[in-house]
Design a binder for this molecule. Sequence first.
Ligand code: MOS
Length: 728
Amino acid sequence: MKFLTPATTNPIDRMRYVGQPTNRIDGKFKTTGTAPYAYEHHKEVPNAAQGFVVGAGIAKGRIASIDIEAARRAPGVLAVVTAENAGKLGKGDMNTAHLLAGPNIQHYHQAVALVVAETFEQARAAAHLVKVNYTAQKGRFDLEAEKGNAVKPTGEQDPPDTKTGNFARGFETSPVKLDATYHTPDQSHAMMEPHASTAFWEGDKVTVYTSNQMIAWCRSDLAKTLAIPKEKVRVVSPYVGGGFGSKLFLRADALLAALGARAAKRPVKVSLHRHLIFNNTTHRPATIQRIRIGAGRDGRIMAIGHETWNGNLPKGSAETATGQTRLLYAGADRMTTTRVAELDLPEGNAMRAPGEAPGMMALEIAMDEMAEKLNMDPVQFRILNDTKVDPEKPIRKFSERRYIECMRMGADKFGWAKRNAKPGQVREGRWLIGHGVASAFRNSPVMKSGARVKLGTDGRVTVETDMTDIGTGSYTIIAQTTAEMLGVPLDRIDVRLGDSDFPASAGSGGQWGANSSTSGVYAACVKLREQIAAKLGVKEADAEFVDGTVRVGGNSQPLAKAAAGGELVGEDTIEFSGGLDKKNQLSTFGAHFVEVAVDSVTGETRVRRMLAVCAAGRILNPMQARSQVIGGMTMGIGGALMEHLVVDKRLGFFANHDMATYEVPVHADVPHQEVIFLKEEDEIASPMKAKGIGELGLCGVAAAVANAIYNATGVRVREYPITLDKLI
Ligand code: MOS
């Protein structure tokens, strides 16, 4: 089905199931430990051997020699896989560095060998016997030092430089100016479930149970890397214990499990051990961002410029930190540039809200600094600079943009009017109290997504799509969508996800998953409704599907009757002309308000109160959407105060590569969090009239914390994380 905007009235609008705060249908399996994760498919894959990955001990250079004989002879060892014996490998589209290195080493802890043994302990012990001699080369590890060598990125997905009006002149002639530079650090996804895969071969066909956000990408890249046809690869990922972008792509665990299983002629499971993950996989790259804003004395922005730099491996992607600056605020004279420097650190790539998350960390401090220069309230300053159109191309409108309402409602509910605008004035004993605000903004792309819906002879409905549930609630909103479309209660619906045998979906990424995948299910349900109607001898357009019946006028027939003669199957893929098209811009908006207390003696910051107001289209399940937003807010606390991969600039790796030293918020760090959703239906977005929410909840949070810290202390920190040493 091609989605034609605007969406017309459809069964989803009844909101009997969609829009309800339904409990997760997979909640019981997860909380009772019966949901099988990638490492736990003991039933489907008995007798799996265990693999242990050896990571490179240098950041850049070559393997001079690799001796695996001692490891091969160690107790229980079944196989040792290296680039020398793995056969010819191709490379997937999504990986910058090779997932099995040799002879060249591109980054620290890049996999150089997999040891397969009967038990995990045997594999780990033997892994220590693999002797690698390296010829190390000098690497580049310091973004600040390499910034001067940064170039304009040329990848298809990389952002262009943008120019509107005459920034230089506009900025120069602005009566009030800010020119400030901000630093965001390398960050790690630090999801709970490590990258893990269990693989087995049947003849020339490989099946991999893995933990992955994008089944179709994983399948295609695994086939390319193994140099076998896609049809010979099955990828299964029914449950994912967190992704945040770390599992968007094929990673070493899946490839090595497949290679290990081929070498050992046994099913093999591989989990990347925790301390390997931080340097072996991807991370959010550090940025340096220079922002210039010029405004009139009335507070209207005249000129806004945003330049960003990040580092990456050769041919690595840019961190698009300027995206929001192109769209969020008005102003006639504008420019953005993005530059990437080559670094020999592990691969930088997408982490929750890539681009906008670090971009908003900088832009929203800049807006706070600018409001102060103008002697304006930061809420008022933002509202004054709202725009209803794309400021670069005014013929493009936002599909929905309820940004001002988010700001006003947030200010009202948070009690913003009581804030003391002068920094460092409010004390409670030794604590300095401060309040901060930031915008929330994240684009909301839509992606092609397929599904298959079956009505069984018993009247039960089964939905199949390769969509993943990375803890976000896909199972539940897909069931709700199906229930609404077919008029079948939730307990008569079975949702089956994350299997490349099912129709290819949008997958979980870029906060497009919920809206796109339910739209695909909507399309498949339309097909099934047509078949049901034909079987029952009624016209689909006249029929109401409700309470397990199909009604036309006063006549009602049981839905199940349609499948009496055999199962009915509806399958379709929704296709979008592109939400980010010539006429419309699909984005989500919000406002974050934060109260902090900073210990005036130690500089310790405690976040005490948080409020988010979000406008993100129809909210498919308010309970799950709230969970997404408070998860984002929690991650924002980490971004503001804790998260920081520390680069060892001599040896070229992230020194704090475990969960003990890479700090993320724990329960004691997280205060009362409130989330308000504005009522909104976005008819341009999809037949669901929904948008994304999972990444919006993060964007802007760290800056709101930073601005609250400034309000509390009068200390302006432009380098994240805001640790106590920067406050005293
Ligand atoms: Mo998100 S970083 O696109 O998983």
